[in-house]
Design a protein around this ligand. Sequence first.
Ligand code: AP5
Length: 248
Amino acid sequence: MALFAKAGCAAAAINAARPAVWMSLNRALIFLGPPGAGKGTQAKQFAEREHVPHLSTGDMLRDHVARGTALGQMAKPIMECGELVPDEIILGMVEERLSRPDSVHGFIFDGFPRTIPQAETLDEILKRRGFGLPQVVEFKVDAEKLLHRVAGRWTCSVGGETYNIYERPPKVPGICDRDGGKLVQRSDDRPEVVKERLAAYERQTKPLADYYRQHGVLDVVDGSASVEEVSRALKAILKRAEGRNGHL
Ligand code: AP5
């Protein structure tokens, strides 16, 4: 915890300039968990409630793919195999995103970091930007439920709202309740790719739970409950974390 003690002055200076609405986060919050665990669903709600950016490296990559950028062309075949995009690419993208003005008040990462080198570099980036250690929540959901959730996922092509045809269907099939956008399925949600994504999670991302546990910043949530129950549990976890470290 003493790791970022020297960064306190810079963080205090940033805090003083913040509007009151931002004061409740003031750090990086990380949702860690396998594909389909509900990270994106909860991160979107949390970001709207707390007025902080929701930073999903998966969404950033899909945006590059859709725009046909050089980064997108490089990432597309890797994502379609269910493997991880190289650390340097991801870290460059995250650094660029954090340099924007809306990120000085804290942010929520969904799907990042995913490897130990990404986590170590994130620690350095946060320190440089005057933030303390991140707060991390690991979502636990059994594999059968994950496959079921991913198979039923449809996402709005306009606003990114996520639905599930089995558990959280839209009012009109194929149409977003919020903005009327067309709902689409992700190309990496095919069962054979999801199996690879789950294997990549076990191999490369799950060890991050121990990394953050050793830093004393890990909490675990039962992600198999309903969206509302998980949201309530997250609020309680974050309140306890606020009590522990005083500035969440
Ligand atoms: P990414 O987009 O990050 O995908 P992911 O981590 O595999 O996670 P998902 O988006 O599949 O799941 P989620 O936990 O967000 O679940 P959701 O809330 O949508 O990454 C995609 C690819 O990009 C990677 O494979 C990799 O190639 C690359 N990549 C991205 N970041 C990278 C990085 N840092 N390093 C290297 N490569 C990277 O929910 C799923 C479904 O369940 C939805 O239908 C939802 O409505 C439903 N649902 C959610 N919660 C509940 C609930 N509590 N009860 C019932 N249904 C629920």
